[in-house]
Design a protein around this ligand. Structure first.
Ligand SMILES: *Cc1c(COP(=O)(O)O)cnc(C)c1O
Length: 398
């Protein structure tokens, strides 16, 4: 059920996004999957119930442990990422926490990207430290920093690439092999790319996770997450943790994400086309100090981005010459771009990391992670590019 029986590996990604794990209902012919809005599943006999609990027979037991609607989504994303199986979670943070719970014990050490998604960093620094887990946040865009941070008790390497909002790229292949050498498991938060643009398991990572709230769902109307490990061993460990920890999906939530995921390729392609044009526009604008976007040759890791990613994505960071005040004015004067956190939706969203997503970090650690006060981050959407550029033009003129 959880194992990915993909037979579609040789098809193109736009086809696989739509068809992996999906087939019409054998009973009714319904093309769209049913929403199995049930908490529990009846057994035909006590013996069958016992066999399912013992794992001797495939089949559903209770929705916290698996559900046919959720399975459809899990099979889809797991196939796209090239993993053993997928696990839908109630949110991206449930995916983060399930990973940390599954792999860390008291006295262990974790190495992570310093500008990790704010709440992921808080969970490590504030909560896992209470249980005796040690941590090192380093600039993983240089593998030497990862090597230097490794200790005898390092059990996890947690990477986010491109990093938010610095756009720094971490070499997944290089860093996974450093972790492997030290016996640590590598987890990649692939939220910013989606499997359309980056497939970390193909590059040597052990586990990939997503906030499906972002690109995979893509319609700014659902919060959800996904975990996809490469091996059966890690799948079993994570599935067991998730079943007991309880951060599982709801069938209706899974159905909504599945619906969004059908257009993942279309949306990512369109957002990216727009972002490439917007990044060039911003780079030329006299009010802009600098732009960080993996699709610009000015990006310090332009070559690595080209090697590791199938495209530069839709997220752009830039800094205004006028600093924090200019940033505030721009954010308040954009008419098409919406002032909101989150990313990866069909609409363009703009935000100010120092006062929003990364406000939980101290100013000192923000500075250290390259998050300056004047930095603005934009997630380019699927609108008409001319309208997006005009919005920037008039916003920057203020
Ligand atoms: C949003 C986000 C998360 C958390 O996901 P939620 O669905 O909001 O819980 C984790 N990682 C990254 C990179 C994100 O952007």
């Amino acid at each position: 059920m959880s194992k990915n029986h993909s037979s579609k590996r040789n098809l193109g990604l736009p086809t696989r996004v739509i068809h992996e794990g999906q087939h019409p209902c054998p009973m009714t012919g319904a093309v769209s999957p049913a929403i199995f809005q049930t908490s529990t599943f009846a057994f035909e006999s006590a013996a069958q119930g016992a066999a399912r609990f013992a794992g001797e027979e495939d089949g559903y037991i209770y929705t916290r442990m698996g559900n046919p609607t959720i399975s459809k989504l899990e099979q889809n994303i797991a196939a796209l990422e090239g993993g053993f199986g997928g696990m839908g979670t109630s949110s991206g943070m449930a995916a983060v926490c399930t990973n940390l719970f599954a792999f860390l014990n008291a006295g262990d050490h974790i190495v992570a990207t310093e500008s990790l998604y704010g709440p992921s960093r808080v969970v490590v620094e504030r909560d896992f430290s209470r249980f005796g887990v040690e941590y090192s946040f380093v600039d993983t865009s240089d593998p030497k920093n990862v090597e230097a941070a490794m200790r005898s008790n390092t059990k996890l390497l947690f990477i986010e690439t491109p990093a938010n909002p610095t756009s720094k790229i971490t070499d997944i292949e290089e860093c996974s092999s450093v972790a492997k050498k030290h016996g640590a498991v590598t987890i990649v938060d692939n939220t910013f790319c989606s499997p359309i643009l980056q497939r970390p398991l193909e590059l040597g990572a052990d586990v990939v996770m997503h906030s499906m709230t972002k690109f995979i769902n893509g319609h700014t109307d659902v919060v959800a997450g996904m975990i996809v490990p490469k091996s059966e061993e890690h799948f079993k460990k994570l599935r067991s943790t998730l079943n007991f920890l309880g951060g599982t999906m709801d069938p209706h939530q899974a159905w909504l994400v599945l619906r969004g995921a059908k257009t993942l390729h279309l949306r990512v392609t369109r957002c990216q086309e727009n972002a490439i044009k917007a990044a060039s526009f911003l780079e030329e604008h006299p009010a802009v100090d600098w732009v960080r976007y993996p699709g610009l040759e000015s990006h310090p890791q332009y070559e690595l981005a080209k090697k590791q990613m199938d495209g530069p994505g839709a997220l752009i960071s830039f800094s205004l010459k006028g600093g924090i005040e200019a940033g505030r004015k721009l954010l308040e004067n954009m008419h098409i771009a919406t002032l909101a956190v989150s990313l990866g939706g069909i609409e363009t969203l703009i935000q100010h990391p120092a006062s929003m997503t990364h406000a939980t970090m101290t100013k000192e650690s923000r500075q250290k992670a390259g998050i300056t006060d004047g930095l603005v981050r934009v997630s380019i959407g699927c609108e008409d590019i001319n309208d997006i550029l005009e919005d920037f033009r008039q916003g920057l003129a203020v």
